[in-house]
Ligand binder design. Structure first.
Ligand code: PEP
Ligand code: MG
Length: 757
């Protein structure tokens, strides 16, 4: 018997190498493979069963009766072979007949043999076959022999997939280890319902070659990949000091631990010693770990396993150079995208016609990816634990964000319930659509201005769909986010002109670029450098004033696009009045320059600012006289007031918008603006939620700029509201705040029949 697992595997793989390269049929190859394994492992029998037509069929054997080949078939879960495939586990028995799952197949003549060992042949985490050995003597196979068998199974998976010997994935159905229906719950990020097939944002790497040509070269590839992975993790850790979206501390600590785990590296190295390629070695170690973990039922360990899977996949992607996301590969059907987290630019890369929904393991309500998804009308369920473990690539998923849940591989009953809810929601949508031409007027005749937030060209159509009063926030950076390179002035101008044309008489407020924070541009990375706290760093107006080439080009594009009409422009992240003055001066200089060229300029320019940095609230007396309007960005404002990163999933539910701090703050700003006769709008996500919008109206807000999907529900709320009553209750609540303002307001709204959803 060979001395070590590596040498047994190595011997088999060296001999398999020739078999694989030979120009013979797949069947002939399999016949050779069983002979080689039986020989090296000194077993009387070696057999290969493959999945065909849903059954495990004996494809090749050395030692059993040849008449049984392609005749003996077993269902998943039937007999020892079926059990191995179903559970994706290894069996090693000295007396096969004593196992409760043993099923005797007389045509094989296997009654002669006592000992039995079998391992699954795995492809994409699914068992596509089983390779087993049997022996007359009742002996257990040594650990090294089992390992050799597992290594061979990897190579077989390549051989049989290339030869098309097995059922394709669709015929096989979803993963063997779990085909049951699941209901997952999470946090509502973007409301809506959708169904589609699961697609992983970062797909698993498919291993093309398993047998190495040059072991030393493979070793170097793994070493280099480890170095690169460590670098990546270190960089992520340094960027994450303030909680860069998605990668939070704990996970990174765990990643770091794995990246420097010598045991892991050693095991991969050993697998390379046995003759596997770098990719196959990583996968081989991962398969072994998975099998072990399956036997331990510990949720904490399962979580760690999930992190290790992530790391192994990362390592595989580096080593194989398969770095693209599923967006680059293209979506083939209606898709529910699965990811730990996403950046807004990554989301925008997907084909909007096929992307039906997103499920994130992390995510928060005001992260830009959520805002972008909302703008795209793509429902998002966030904070779903272990999603990538429970859902398999290609599984059918029904997403019902309204219920904060998703159904995976749904049962007929789940599908029925989903359809029923879909019908109700479509009816509600139809009712909302019918409200399109009704004005947002309260029961006591107060007219509320409802505008939409936009950023993409297609969003403008929402003005007509919703009947909104205008665009209260046009996020110009979205064009920058979706471009591979910096959009030139002409391209910017074209977009702005199209938007103004489509809006007609309705006002559009363009916000100059707010880049930085969680809206990083790959082509600007060198400039922003490595920031510890990008949300509080060199972003928005700060960056724009310093890189004034960017601001000047945008100013020109806006001024030219609005020639002969009114241009409304506002600046993001203004913290002190001088920043507004400087930004305005850039626009004014550009206007003068255009006029000097004898070209048309806007008939009027309305200048405004966002209030999202609390410091600005202390200098309103200085800045208000210069403003035509002010817009409160509650997304950033909240993160700065509470010192709570808006993209950090751990803080996603910690602070409530309906808290005395936020509401009193907004009330104070609103009153000051009204006293100075400066229109004030809320343009953060807060205003798009019916209960929050009601509270805002109660503290004096009369203008909301919200996501298009929120227009109808907010309008319905407004039309069922008595503004005097609302102001009264808000005064009372803010004078003596109860422990839970939200609960109190929900109750109050119910009593007053205010339509809250
Ligand atoms: C805000 O901060 O509330 C806002 C509207 O701007 P953004 O979400 O784009 O940062
Ligand atoms: Mg903001």
């Amino acid at each position: 018997m060979p001395a070590s697992a590596a040498s047994a595997s190595r011997e088999i793989l060296t001999r398999l190498h020739e078999v694989m390269a030979a120009r013979t049929s797949a069947q002939a190859k399999l016949n050779r493979v069983v002979a080689i394994i039986a020989d090296v492992l000194q077993s009387e029998v070696c057999s290969i069963y493959l999945r065909r037509d849903g059954l495990l069929e004996l494809f090749a054997t050395k030692g059993l009766k040849q008449e049984a080949v392609h005749v003996t078939k077993m269902a998943l879960g039937e007999g020892l072979v079926g059990t191995i495939a179903e559970q994706i586990s290894t069996l090693n028995l000295d007396e096969a007949t004593s196992h409760p799952d043993f099923a005797y197949k007389p045509e094989t003549g296997e009654d002669l043999f006592h000992s039995f060992a079998g391992v699954p042949i795995i492809r994409k985490e699914d068992a596509v076959g089983v390779v087993c050995v049997q022996h007359v003597d009742p002996r257990k196979y040594a650990e090294e022999e089992i390992e050799a068998l597992q290594t061979v199974a990897m190579v077989l998976s390549e051989l049989i997939a290339n030869a098309g010997l097995i059922d394709n994935e669709e015929r096989r159905g979803s993963k063997v280890q779990d085909t049951s229906a699941h209901s997952l719950s999470g946090l509502k990020l973007v409301d809506g319902m959708a169904s589609g097939r699961a697609v992983f944002h970062q797909p698993r790497v498919t291993i093309e070659h398993t047998v190495a040509e040059d072991t030393e070269a493979e070793r170097h590839r793994v070493y280099a990949a480890f170095d690169k992975m460590r670098e990546q993790i270190e960089r992520m850790a340094s960027e994450a000091e303030f909680g860069v979206e998605g990668e939070h501390r704990e996970v990174l600590e765990m990643y770091k631990m794995f990246a420097y785990d010598e045991g892991w590296r050693r095991r991969i190295n050993e697998a390379i010693d046995s003759g596997l390629t770098a990719e196959a070695a990583i996968e081989r170690v991962q398969q072994r770990t998975r099998m072990r973990m399956r036997q331990i039922d510990d949720p904490l360990l399962a979580d760690r396993m999930h992190d290790l899977e992530d790391m192994a996949n990362r390592l595989l992607r580096i080593v194989s150079g398969q770095l693209g996301s599923a967006a680059q590969a293209g979506l083939r059907h209606d898709t529910i995208l699965i990811a730990r987290n996403l950046g807004p630019a990554e989301l925008l890369e997907y084909d909007r016609r096929r992307l039906k929904g997103v499920i994130l393991e992390e995510g928060s309500l005001t992260a830009h990816v959520t805002i972008v998804a909302r703008a795209m009308g793509v429902p998002v369920l966030g904070r779903v634990r272990n999603v990538r473990r429970i859902i398999g690539e290609g599984d059918l998923v029904l997403l019902d964000v309204g219920k904060a849940s998703a159904f995976v591989r749904p049962s007929a009953a789940m599908e029925e319930a989903f359809e029923a809810r879909l019908e109700t929601s479509q009816k509600r949508r139809a009712a909302y659509a019918a409200m399109r031409n009704q004005p947002p007027v309260t029961l006591d005749d107060a007219r509320i201005t409802l505008m939409v937030n936009a950023g993409l060209r297609d969003d403008v159509a929402q003005l007509d769909v919703t009947g909104a009063d205008g665009i209260g926030l046009f996020r110009t950076e979205f064009q920058f986010l979706v471009s591979a390179t910096m959009p030139q002035r002409e391209r910017q101008q074209r977009l702005y002109r199209d938007v103004l044309d489509a809006a007609g008489d309705r006002p559009v407020i363009f916000r100059t670029v707010d880049i930085g924070g969680d809206k990083a541009l790959p082509y600007l990375r060198i400039d922003t450098g490595e920031e510890e706290n990008p949300a509080m760093g060199w972003r928005a107006i700060r960056l724009a004033l310093e890189r004034d080439g960017l601001m000047k080009a945008q100013a020109r594009a806006l001024l030219e696009a609005a020639a002969g009409r009114t241009l409304s422009v506002m600046f993001p992240m203004v913290s002190e009045p001088w920043e507004f003055d400087e930004a305005r001066a850039i626009f004014e200089r550009q206007r003068e320059w255009i006029a000097k060229q004898g070209r048309a300029t806007p008939t009027r320019i309305r200048y405004g600012t966002m209030l999202e940095v609390p410091a600005l609230a202390e200098t309103l007396d200085m800045i208000l006289p210069k403003l035509d309007f002010l817009s409160i960005g509650t997304n950033d404002l909240t993160q700065f007031l509470f010192a709570a990163d808006r993209a950090n999933p751990k803080l996603a539910e910690r602070y409530d918008w309906l808290s005395p701090a936020i509401l009193r703050f907004i009330r104070r700003v609103t009153r000051e603006c009204q006293a100075a006769d400066v229109p004030v709008t809320i343009c953060g996500e807060m205003g798009g939620r019916t209960l929050e919008a009601m509270a805002l109206i109660g503290i004096g807000i009369e203008r909301l700029s919200i996501t298009p999907a929120a227009i109808a529900p907010v309008k319905a709320m407004v039309r069922s509201l008595n503004i005097c009553d609302t102001k009264e209750i808000m005064e009372t609540l803010l004078a003596h705040p109860p422990a839970d303002i939200r609960a109190t307001l929900i109750e109050w709204a119910r009593e007053k029949n205010v339509e809250i959803v």
